[in-house]
Write a protein that binds this ligand. Structure first.
Ligand SMILES: [Zn+2]
Ligand SMILES: [Zn+2]
Length: 142
């Protein structure tokens, strides 16, 4: 299977995943907005065991924002890398950290009820006021 490479801005952290995202979307919640510094966070779900760190283990910092979500970022340049979902065995990769193009593009907008007032969504993807149902619709492992 085709591999996708990703990296933080300074290059301290590099990783690879198979081009097999189970789902992908945009999260507009206030926490993702603050963490990303942007209107939303583009994320893609990949089982944790399929993520392979190529370098930068010691550069990665973690912030446990809840029992369900541990955010990972580069301690040198601050790039957001992924959200670890330990209860589900999934990583929500920040799609912006990929250097290669994934086959699966974002499929929906989540937490639209708390999106930034100054941001207009400019596409026709499904919108959810709260969490999307993307992970429930996820394709079987493959
Ligand atoms: Zn970095
Ligand atoms: Zn969010």
């Amino acid at each position: 299977m085709k591999q996708l490479k990703g990296a933080c801005l300074c290059g301290a952290v590099e990783y690879t995943i198979p081009d097999a995202l189970r789902y992908a979307g945009y999260c507009h919640c206030s926490e993702c907005r603050r963490f990303s510094g942007s209107a939303s966070s583009a994320f893609g779900g990949i089982p944790k065991e399929r993520f392979r760190l190529l370098k930068g283990e010691h550069a990665i910092r973690h912030y446990a924002k809840s029992a369900a979500t541990v955010l990972a970022f580069c301690g040198t340049c601050g790039s957001s890398l992924y959200a670890d979902k330990p209860q589900r065995g999934m990583l929500h990769l920040r799609l912006g950290s990929l250097l290669d193009e994934p086959s699966l593009a974002p499929q929906a907008h989540a937490h639209v009820a708390s999106k930034a007032a100054w941001h207009e969504i400019g596409d026709d993807l499904p919108r959810f006021d709260g969490p999307s149902n993307l992970s429930q619709r996820a394709a079987p492992a493959g």
